[in-house]
Write a new protein. Structure first.
Length: 319
């Protein structure tokens, strides 16, 4: 499938950048180039943008999308955490604005073989950068029970983190956990059903935690993210970064809720179709039964009439 990703808060981000025609901008999480495209549209002849992403599919898609802007665009395959050194390699010390759209992309979630989604059965991968050797499989099968508990507790904020870690270790003791489907079923068995019914998909928090751990998404603390802003001519406070992190998390949770609601609606529609099919079948059976009953009644009535006629004939001709 092609790389498709809806840019989060696109208009708000572009407005907040207050783009100067001759400015230098960085998109540290380039993705499909949605934010970068809108920045490029507002740049003059001397303006430029540097796009950074570690996902090869994103690099390819952004390259196609931004090709008409020519030399205004420089694309680098790397992690935004290395932004400062990558800018220095380009001879850039200061920029006019930085865009960071943190988290997993919709493309990565929807591409089953990337192993990000708990809705599809695929190899446990979850690498944003496929040049990286370590995968989610290594975390699930090699981390100690205590480390698994720490990851799920800290990055997934799951109240059943300890039980999930315990079940993972018990399951892999029998055979390695190879797929997202296997992991999902193990997590299901770790969480009481009454909680599963009211808190969304049981695997979403654990999958998020493993993904964050694998891709070092939170390795850079808020203070380090603010350090990146020292490469910018603008400023950003710790409070602003905290608000952005909270908003990003809220949006991700809302998107997950929407997906789960959509999934539930599809299941209900399937149940409804199944019920309608069963109803039609029962109606046909009922109609057939009623026809048979009517036929049988007619046959009995005819038999009675015939028997009655035969009796009267016997009486009439009895010597």
């Amino acid at each position: 499938m092609g790389f498709e990703h809806k840019s989060v808060l696109l208009n708000e981000t572009i407005e907040g950048l207050n783009i100067k025609p001759d400015g230098i901008y960085v998109d540290g999480t380039l993705g499909g180039g949605g934010h970068a495209y809108e920045v490029c549209r507002r740049l003059g002849e001397k303006g430029s943008i540097i796009g950074i992403d570690q996902d090869e599919a994103a690099i390819e898609a952004a390259g196609i999308r931004l090709k008409d802007f020519g030399e205004k665009v420089t694309i680098i395959r790397s992690n935004y955490c290395d932004m400062k050194s990558k800018l220095q390699e380009q001879g850039i010390d200061k920029v006019d604005g930085i865009v960071l759209d943190l988290g997993v992309s919709s493309y990565q979630l929807d591409t089953a073989d990337r192993g990000f989604s708990y809705r599809e059965d695929a190899p446990l991968d979850m690498r944003m950068d496929r040049r990286q050797k370590m995968t989610a499989r290594d975390i699930v099968n090699d981390y100690s029970e205590m480390d698994l508990y720490r990851v799920i507790r800290d990055y997934g904020e799951d109240k059943f983190a300890k039980n999930i870690a315990k079940h993972i270790v018990a399951a892999r003791g029998k055979s390695p956990i190879e797929t997202t489907g296997q992991l999902t079923e193990i997590i299901r068995a770790s969480i009481p059903m009454k909680y599963q019914k009211k808190s969304g998909h049981p695997a979403k928090r654990t999958f998020q935690a493993i993904r964050i751990e694998l891709n070092r998404e939170l390795e850079k603390s808020k203070s380090q993210i603010i350090e990146l802003h020292k490469s910018s001519k603008g400023t950003a406070s710790s409070e602003e970064v905290t608000k952005l992190e909270a908003l990003n998390k809220s949006l991700i949770e809302e998107l997950n809720t929407i997906k789960e609601t959509s999934e539930s609606i599809e299941k209900l529609k399937a149940k409804q179709n199944e019920l309608e099919t069963t109803t039609r079948y029962l109606q046909r059976q009922t109609d057939d039964y009623e026809r048979k009953v009517t036929t049988l009644k007619n046959e009995i009535s005819n038999a009675i009439d015939a028997a009655g006629s035969a009796g009267m004939a016997s009486l009439a001709f009895d010597p």
